[in-house]
Write a protein that binds this ligand. Structure first.
Ligand code: F6P
Length: 358
């Protein structure tokens, strides 16, 4: 009899999820496995279970599509994190309910695709005796255990495309634009997009900057006849020492509006000197179809995790190091966030090119 594997994705969606799911199933059926896909994240394994049978037919033609055929949620009874760095202890009865449902469905093990919150929850379920292997997922590219997560490259492309468009209108109107990119507490998307998209200032959560210094930079650009300025700012950047966030209903930190705060701060400090506009790119960076790089990376993750499952490498997560697929304990993925430092190549290149980067 074939063994049954459950596939589950949870947390924010990410371009490339469908390509991972399709690759797992396409390879797995040739190894005589059966699959069920749990729907709406961890909620799918709880009462009442929500799942769909996955086979070669149901995953046909989905790899190039953004989003996830399994739907997802970052809320619910199984939230593995509350706020950054805080692990949420999932109640024992909820973990028990998930284990019971998996047993009743004859599911031998789970492949869990998620970021640090989802993988923290996965670890707790693994301690309850469930066979679990993880696949990292986040557009933020901030998991220390892996060099690259799928979805990141697409998010950067979206942001670069937006910056290209902003350039033309900023030039015609001789305006200063502040463009806000996603990434939570990590500046990777903003750094790569800002550099590729020709931003004149790049502001990251990892560093402090002074609004006065930024204004001096804008003035020196004016002196040199550069009458428009593009500022790429990460949503988690701090203006005068504070980040700007709201709390959503499930208490996870949600960033919103730092570009507007900075715009008001510049206007208050130098009234009328610059004509300012802000643009928040938001979820456009997570939507749409994955680009070629992310599709390929997602397929590599899919094949690697299926092989790892077949070899019984439970409690581990697939990762990329130096362009090789490898396995690491799931703990490594949730322990530490990968942040931009002043030694990162893109950061030093931006500095050498005279970009105001902090
Ligand atoms: O972690 C991925 C991410 O897209 C962040 O860059 C962003 O801050 C957050 O998720 C947005 O989450 P939500 O979809 O819950 O608003």
């Amino acid at each position: 009899m074939s063994k049954k594997i459950g596939i589950l994705n949870s947390g924010g969606d990410c371009p490339g999820l469908n390509a991972v799911i399709a690759s797992i199933v396409k390879l797995g059926v040739t190894m005589d496995y059966e699959f069920v896909g749990f729907e709406r994240g961890w909620e799918g394994v709880l009462d009442p279970p929500m799942y769909m049978k996955l086979d070669s037919e149901s995953v046909k033609g989905i790899s190039y599509l953004g989003g996830t055929i399994l739907k997802t949620t970052s809320k619910g009874r199984f939230a593995g994190k509350v706020g950054e760095g805080n692990t949420n202890k999932i109640p024992v009865d909820i973990l028990g309910q998930a284990k019971r449902n998996l047993d009743d469905l004859g599911v031998e093990g789970l492949i869990v695709i998620g970021g640090d919150g989802t993988l923290s929850a996965a670890m707790q379920l693994a301690e309850h005796g469930v066979n679990i292997i993880g696949v990292p997922k986040t557009i933020d590219n901030d998991l220390n255990a892996t060099d690259k997560t799928f979805g990141y490259s697409t998010a950067v492309s979206v942001a670069v495309d937006a910056l290209d468009k902003i350039h033309t209108t900023a030039t015609s109107h001789e305006r200063t634009f502040i463009v806000e990119c996603m990434g939570r507490g990590a500046g990777w998307i903003t750094l790569s997009a800002g550099l590729a998209g020709g931003a004149n200032a790049i502001l990251l959560p990892e560093f402090d900057f002074s609004v006065d210094d930024l204004i001096s930079h804008m003035r020196s650009r004016l002196k040199n006849q550069n009458r428009s300025t593009i500022i790429a700012i990460a949503e988690g950047a701090r203006v005068n020492g504070s980040s700007v966030h709201a709390h959503s209903d499930h208490k996870e930190v949600r960033y919103a509006g730092v570009s507007e705060v900075l715009m008001n701060e510049i206007e208050d400090t130098s009234p009328g000197e610059f004509e300012l506009r802000n643009v928040i790119l938001g979820h456009t960076q997570r939507g749409g179809n994955p680009n070629a790089e992310d599709r390929t990376l997602a397929k590599r993750y899919g094949v690697a995790v299926m092989d790892a499952y077949h070899n019984g490498e439970f409690g581990k997560m697939v990762a990329v190091k130096d362009n090789e697929m490898r396995l690491c304990p799931i703990e490594e993925a949730v322990e530490e966030i990968k942040l931009v430092s002043e030694y990162v190549h893109e950061y030093t290149v931006a500095q050498r090119l005279g970009i105001f980067i902090h």
